[in-house]
Design a protein around this ligand. Structure first.
Ligand code: GLN
Length: 643
């Protein structure tokens, strides 16, 4: 049915109309919200007479004010937009049906539930008295017959307990406790003869058990729960968010039950208008004779509208038009929205080109230059699901010659669905077969445990890393261990003479330096340098390891800029400009350092004029090597080839 009445030609306002809204959509901090402005424009365009009539077959509903009109949109991260009478309470009516269907799916499982209530659109009105005779069941849970049979399946020891479960569930969907409008309940209980007839027929066919009055009372009560357009939007957003309420973070229903609910909403939610609705608007939806409509765009947001006048199919006139216009202007049709699997690989490089933040000695660098191609890093982005995983697997296939370690960095990955987890586990097995290791970084802990639980081949302990940098460092350490014999690696604290920057000092010069260095020890976690301090000395690590890090503020974690081990120096800017420290340095483990005060080094210059120049030269060479390597990394990270 096409929208009728004075606003019929207002269907599908263009972007320009939205922008030219009478409301500027300013948020409290003064930034215009185009989304809110669009809702205001729609509200403005459709608030006039709409041609429908409020429901009167439930006498209490006839009292509704036909001019009430509210729109709300809630995103899957819990942001709520609302305009008009979005906080006015009204009864949920048939929008209760998909929610109770979810409760019953959770109670009994879908296999049992489909034997009792079908999933076929009836093409009939909401209160139709026809049944699926072959299956001896109502056609679907969205028409009254199906909804009554669904309610009859709710578990609970007493009518009170069963009702409490419904009210509690709806409250968890809305993110706030809800109550029943007893006037409306009693009014429908008194006059709901047609629903009573449906229930008795169902009893006659053996579709429901004998407690007919109890089931009907429950059904009338579930329909009489008071909600607002904002509540409906949050309920719809919970469905859009695969069953987790975006406001409270609580899982209300399992994702597979939500999928089943959305399926029947899509095919049956708008009764005998469902086909046209699905064709035009393309959002799983449900309406109620109280004037509410919910519409869901899975993965994105939920809409709740409220306006009591109904069309002859029992759907809110203004609600229909608002959903239709929103869908059209913002291209929301579920079949018009598709994810893009082709951008899953953000970047890909080898450990020859990008190094971990651990500074390496010259021999270690030589190993990484020679063997770094054995480590391959993939930075992934977006969601991982069947098609994006397939894209990644195709890239890996054939591209891993000579590679021993594959790091998949998931720091920029959003959702990872069950099929992606399955494929990741398969990849882990396939690589293990070829003697390669798969390492994952940046995955949330909850996903890691799922992945592990589902694995047929157990993952080695060292497969998970907090970030790409620590994963890369682990691989580098393995390469270094494999290619530098233990006998050539330093044991115990290094003597001054074994330190690269002191190379080419004469024996006398070294002895002189020895007189001014202080040996200092730090325990794990101890701060050695504080950001902002005056830089008056520099350090060389004798044993252990230190971390240069930036403190990103109380809420955020520390950012590791460099990790420095034995033989390497830090804090050397003291030698150059003596300015303020630019980052914190803390001991990563029990660490011993040489501390060289710059002033005392200067005092040596009289007797040993070359020391300073030699040190500056060595440090300068070290810094330029780091700079060259940093430039190479930027090239690789920007996806540029070798010069
Ligand atoms: N309580 C109403 C009834 O059963 C619900 C119908 C509806 O909202 N479409 O008649």
């Amino acid at each position: 049915m096409e929208p009728q009445g004075p606003n019929a030609d207002a269907k599908g306002p263009g972007w320009r109309d939205m922008a030219g809204s009478s409301f500027d959509g300013m948020s409290p901090d003064g930034i215009a919200s185009p989304v809110l402005a669009a809702l205001h424009t729609l509200h403005h365009q459709h608030r006039g007479p709409c041609g429908g009539a409020v429901a009167t077959y439930i006498p209490e509903l006839a009292k509704a004010d036909p001019s009430l009109f509210g729109i709300s949109l809630a995103t899957v991260d819990g942001h709520v937009y609302e305009v008009g009478d979005s906080r006015h309470e009204f009864t949920i009516q048939s929008i209760s049906k998909p929610l109770v269907y979810g409760l019953v799916l959770a109670d009994h499982g879908r296999d049992h539930v489909v034997t009792k209530v079908g999933v076929e659109p009836s093409g009939d009105a909401f209160n139709s008295i026809i049944f699926d005779e072959k299956g001896n069941r109502p056609f679907n849970p969205m028409v009254n017959a199906g909804a009554i049979a669904t309610t009859a399946l709710i578990d609970g020891a007493s009518p009170e307990e069963r009702l409490a479960r419904i009210v509690d569930l709806f409250g968890r969907f809305a993110g706030r406790p809800l109550a029943i409008d007893h006037e409306v309940f009693l009014s429908e209980r008194e006059t709901g003869h047609r629903n009573r007839a449906i229930a008795w027929l169902e009893r006659n066919f053996g579709m429901i058990d004998a407690q007919i009055d109890e089931h009907l009372d429950l059904y009338f009560q579930q329909c009489s729960i008071l909600v607002t357009a904002c509540d409906l939007a949050m309920m719809a957003a919970t469905l859009a968010n695969a069953g987790v309420n975006p406001k409270t973070g609580e899982r209300v229903l399992a994702p597979h039950h939500v999928r089943d609910i959305l399926s029947v909403m899509n095919t049956c939610g708008m009764y005998d208008y469902a086909g046209t609705w699905s064709f035009d608007v393309g959002l799983p939806a449900k309406s109620g004779v109280g004037g509410g409509i919910i519409a869901v765009l899975p993965g994105q947001f939920g809409i709740g509208t409220f306006s009591p006048p109904l069309d002859d199919r029992g759907n809110s006139c203004r609600g229909l038009r608002v959903c239709q216009a929103l869908s059209e202007v913002f291209n929301l049709h579920v079949f018009a929205v598709s994810p893009s699997p082709l951008t899953v690989i953000r970047n890909q490089y080898r450990a020859t080109r990008v190094h971990s933040k651990r500074l390496r000695s010259a021999p270690e660098r030589a190993v990484l230059d020679r063997f770094g191609d054995e480590v391959c890093i993939y930075e992934l982005q977006g969601d991982l699901y069947f098609a994006s995983m397939e894209r990644l697997l195709r890239d890996l296939d054939g591209g891993l010659e000579g590679v021993c370690y594959v790091i998949l960095d998931a720091r920029r990955v959003g959702r990872i669905d069950a099929s992606a987890r399955r494929l990741l586990n398969r990849l882990h097995e396939a690589l293990a077969d070829q003697g390669k290791r798969l390492l994952l970084s940046g995955l949330p802990a909850s996903l890691l445990s799922l992945l592990r639980e589902e694995a047929e081949l157990p993952w080695p302990d060292e497969s998970w890393f907090e970030d790409e940098d620590t994963a890369l460092e682990w691989c580098e350490n393995r390469l270094i261990a494999a290619h530098i014999p233990a006998s050539r690696r330093p044991v115990g604290p290094l003597p001054l003479a074994a330190i690269e920057i002191f190379a080419c000092l004469t024996t006398d010069e070294l002895a002189a330096v020895q007189t001014i260095v202080e040996e200092v020890r730090y325990c794990a976690g101890e701060r050695i340098i504080r950001e902002g301090e005056q830089a008056d000395c520099f350090y060389v690590v004798r044993s252990g390891s230190v971390i240069v890090r930036l403190d990103l503020g109380p809420e955020k974690r520390m950012k590791r800029l460099a990790a420095i081990g034995p033989g390497l120096c830090f804090g050397e800017i003291a030698l150059f400009d003596g300015g303020h420290r630019s980052a914190d340095v803390v001991a990563d483990e029990e660490t011993s350092c040489y501390r060289i005060p710059v002033e005392r080094l200067a005092q040596l210059t009289g007797a040993y004029p070359d020391i300073r120049a030699k040190l500056l030269f060595n440090i300068g060479r070290e810094l330029s090597a780091r700079l060259r390597s940093a430039t190479g990394e930027i090239r690789a990270l920007e996806g540029l080839g070798d010069p």
